[in-house]
Structure formats: C-alpha cells, structure tokens
Design a protein around this ligand. Structure first.
Ligand code: ADP
Ligand code: MG
Length: 252
C-alpha cells in the first residue's frame, strides 16, 4: 500500500452555531474504493460529504482529494473561488433531489458543465454527453425535458451530469431516498456499474443490502464521530459496537 489515498480527511470539524456536527473526523479512501457512510439522521453524514467537496467549509482540519488539498482553521487561508471551482469539479456530487435544470433538455443538462466549466467545444461536449447518457441507459431521452422523466431517470441524468465533469471521486447523498421503491434498483444498478469500473465513491445510503453488496467498507457515523469503520460485510453482519448494532437492527 504505497499509493496515497484518493481522499484524505484529517481532524475535520464543523460547528453550526452551538451545534457541533463533526468532531475531528479522520477518513481515508483509497483509489477505486467504495465507502458506504451510514448512521442515524442528524449524525453528520451530509455535512461530512459536503465537506468533501467544500459545499460546506469546515472549521478545522484538512481535506485532500487527489492532488488538491486544503487546510482549515483560524490561521488557514480559505480557498479562493478558482481553487474551490477546481476542487468541486474533481468531486462529483449526486443529491437526493436531482437538481436538474428544468428548462434544458436532458442532453443540454449533461453538456452544461463541460461547456461552461471545462470550456469544451460543443461537438466534443455533445459526444461526451451522449456517451454518458448511453452509459446510464438514457440515450433515447436525450431530447426530452426533465419534467417528462421518472424519478429514477432524473437521477440517472444527474449521475451522467456529474460524470461529465470527469471527477476523480463521486459522492452520493441518499441518491435513492426520494424515489418510489420500484425505481430504486435502476439507480443502484448505475452506481454498482460505476463501482465495478473502479470509480472512487463515498455513498451515504440507507440501502443496507446495497452497501453490503457493493461497498468495500462501511463507516458508521454517530454524533459527528466515526464509531466504526471496517469491511462492509463485517460491519453489517457482525458490528463490533453496540450503537452500530442498534442502528442496523432498524433495517431487518
Ligand atoms: P445527516 O445527513 O446524518 O442526517 P446532517 O449532516 O444533515 O446529518 O446534519 C447534522 C446536524 O447538522 C443536524 O443537527 C443539522 O440540523 C445540522 N445542520 C446541517 N446543515 C446545517 C446548516 N447548513 N446550518 C445549520 N445546521 C445544519
Ligand atoms: Mg443527510
């Protein structure tokens, strides 16, 4: 294991007002590794994920993704707009709510980042976008508007749009929680295919069976602290901590 981790978080802390949400979190994710982040509502999962692409600016600690690294704290200089944009482009994020541009076709949604942020030429951006729509099984929806799609299809477009930035890592925050049950599988299928291709991923999910099957590691967060971190099957089948056990018992 000489290669350095793709994601490295050290002593990460975040407080909102009086509410300390992350308490000196350390986390490393290897290149190609899939980590499922689980834990009770309010434990800080979304905040941790948002700190990984600096949608939330940490109060203290360090965040590194690939070659891009930032330190936070009273003496640290906050990243500038350009550095932030570069960092966010390296970390694709998929949310529970799909956040597609409603006035743009599916194809235009996926082309937007390549055109405006990556400044790709239009033909190249279109080729890329069409290949990503094929990858998520939506070639035939390219000219549709998002309002015509099912939730599962919208979320697959959102994944294609994130991939169009050619990110180093993909972050998923409850990507299937807003979907009707019969549409969950098609989105998990796309995520599983990405994992199989070697994408580095951090997935906040309540799909415990999926985490067990697809993740390499499961990290259990409670009250802003990583209580347990281990191989997916070990953590899910035989958690060491009573709190992990209690949490997982809700899913049986
Ligand atoms: P989880 O995703 O595990 O449910 P969150 O990270 O969303 O947890 O939230 C953790 C805590 O941080 C909660 O108490 C929540 O109310 C608080 N919190 C999250 N985001 C903000 C924010 N932008 N402003 C104030 N409080 C926040
Ligand atoms: Mg959350």
């Amino acid at each position: 294991m000489s290669e350095q981790p793709m994601i490295e978080v050290a002593a990460l802390s975040k407080t909102f007002g009086e509410n300390t949400v992350l308490r000196s979190v350390d986390l490393k994710v290897a290149r190609g590794e899939v980590v499922a982040l689980i834990g009770p509502s309010g434990s800080g999962k979304s905040t941790l994920l948002r700190c990984l692409n600096l949608l939330v600016v940490p109060d203290g600690g360090r965040v590194r993704v690939g070659e891009l690294s930032f330190a936070f704290g009273s003496s640290a200089r906050l990243p500038g707009t350009q550095a932030l944009a570069k960092f966010r482009a390296a970390t694709g994020m998929v949310f529970q709510q799909f956040n597609l541009f409603p006035h743009m076709t599916v194809l235009a949604n996926v082309m937007e980042g390549p055109l405006t942020v990556r400044r790709m030429a239009r033909p190249a951006a279109e080729t890329l976008a069409r290949s990503l729509l094929a990858k998520v099984g939506l070639s035939d929806k390219a000219e549709q508007y998002p309002s015509r799609l099912s939730g599962g299809q919208k979320q697959r477009v959102a994944i294609a749009r994130a991939l169009a930035m050619e990110p180093a890592v993909m972050l998923f925050d409850e990507a299937t929680s807003a979907l009707d049950p019969e549409l969950v599988g098609e989105v998990l299928g796309v995520m599983q295919a990405l994992a199989a291709e070697g994408m580095t991923m951090v997935i906040v999910t309540h799909e415990i069976a999926f985490a067990r099957e697809v993740a390499d590691r499961v990290v259990f967060l409670r009250d802003g602290v990583i209580l347990e971190d281990g191989p997916a099957r070990q953590v899910i089948d035989s958690p060491r901590e009573a709190a992990t056990q209690a949490f997982l018992s809700h899913f049986h």
